[in-house]
Design a protein around this ligand. Structure first.
Ligand code: FES
Ligand code: FES
Length: 163
């Protein structure tokens, strides 16, 4: 693919297929979600792979969507924070963040929740130390870290990862 060529993309996002013709190949997954599909739950913090605010799942694995070219998601499956709730009920990890006050301003929260869902799936929530380590890519300017750990521990301990 020439760098300047427009690109046709088909990607499944939150269970729905999206066909996106003529995409600028420089478009990141984050900008695709926010600017083209109005899925603004995924936040743009640093836009440089440092803060985790833009965390989504790509084929079930967490990624910083600001560091992923949209073109590379062709034929793949993306889940964003908007895709977690099912049939009007919050995902158990979302509910645990509410129950344990795991946020203040909320800007980092979608990324924190997406990381938490993945790390529980990965089996990395065995202790508070492990949770802190595997959540360390998600920064919180409000420093809600103790409550975030409480929420992840609770969701993991209850076996409530919604999958
Ligand atoms: Fe992607 Fe900060 S916005 S890691
Ligand atoms: Fe404000 Fe984390 S809750 S940045």
């Amino acid at each position: 693919m020439d760098f300047h060529d427009r690109h046709d993309l088909t990607v499944r996002i939150n269970g729905e297929d999206h066909r996106l013709p003529g995409l600028d190949p420089r478009t990141t997954l984050l900008d695709l979600l926010r600017e083209k599909l109005a899925l603004t739950g995924t936040k743009k913090g640093c836009n440089f792979g440092e803060c985790g605010a833009c965390t989504v799942h790509l084929d079930g694995r967490r990624v910083n969507s600001c560091m992923v070219l949209a073109a590379s998601t062709d034929g793949r499956e993306v889940t964003t924070i908007e895709g977690l709730a099912k049939e009007g009920a919050l995902h158990p990890v979302q509910q645990a963040f509410i129950d344990h006050d795991g946020f203040q301003c909320g800007f980092c929260t979608p990324g924190q929740v997406m990381s938490a869902v993945a790390l529980i799936d990965e089996g990395h929530a065995g202790s508070d130390t492990e949770i802190r380590e595997w959540m360390s890519g998600n920064l919180c300017r409000c420093s809600a870290y103790p409550q975030i750990v409480d929420a992840v521990r609770a969701a993991a301990g209850a076996g409530r990862n919604g999958r």
